[in-house]
Design a protein around this ligand. Sequence first.
Ligand code: DAH
Length: 339
Amino acid sequence: MRDKLEQIKVEALEKLKECQTSQMLDEVRVKYLGKKGELTAILRGMGQLSAEERPIVGKIANEVRETIENAIQEALKEIKNKEKNYRLSLETIDVTMPGKRNKIGGLHPLTKALDEIKEIFIGMGFSVAEGPEVELDYYNFEALNIPKNHPARDEQDTFYINQNVVLRTQTSPVQIRVMENKKPPIRIIAPGRVYRSDTADATHSPIFHQIEGLVVDKGITMASLKGTLDTFAKRMFGEKTRTKFRPHHFPFTEPSAEVDVSCFVCGGEGCRVCKGSGWIEILGCGMVHPDVLRAGGIDPDVYSGFAFGLGLERIVMIKYGIDDIRLFYENDVRFLKQF
Ligand code: DAH
């Protein structure tokens, strides 16, 4: 019987060593110490032993039980520990891992350039005005002195909603709306979308942006116009920029001019950006036509004014060397990220 007990002890301890989980430990416990366990069976059979033997075997049996129980407790502790360490290892944070960068959005290049232009004109005392994109034919053409047979009215260029309503083809109608609502001195810029029924290609888009400017007061002259636009060009393209006013024709200004700036890439030497001329055309302008002042409810014998209009896309394309206007509207992040 002693041998049997010894064998049970050795066997049980051996089995415990192999246990990987608390469930496996329990199985060992049941096998030896459970109600139908091997050690329990021996303790039960003790009644058959003689009176001298019983206490001795009983003592050994108890020791074996204790040893096994202790070993189970030990093993349980160890397994619990291992399980905890495993769980902790899953939860640990490796502070040396590279972080996940948050992708931060940016402003669209047109928005950025517009902000810059607004800033420049606001610095010269202008305020920002707005007008509707769905516009009356009257404001878009008639009041701007654009006669019925003018090519700008050709249906090919204009989206007509109906006979009297168009998608504005220019921001110039805002001039009339401002003059109707405000007495001089007037000093505004009016940025916004304009529409033309052009087929999209590298330099044309059916929708693009213009920035209109209007100044009306007593004693406004061509010199005021030149000074304002020259200051704008220097702030926008750099202090060294020179401007050139070329005579031109617009129905709503008289006299009219187109303004070129000296090429900010080559400084006027001639390069790819200015196509060798040293100059880049950036806007149209002129002294507000007396008929246009009248249409705005302003007496041309008392007041005079100048106006200008520039294409936002064109300026941004020149500034960044962008060769296709469609890139502005495709929202390809690889394009947008560059600004
Ligand atoms: N509205 C003109 C266009 O779309 C641009 C323009 C030229 C606006 C001269 C003006 C101006 O105010 O004075 O082509």
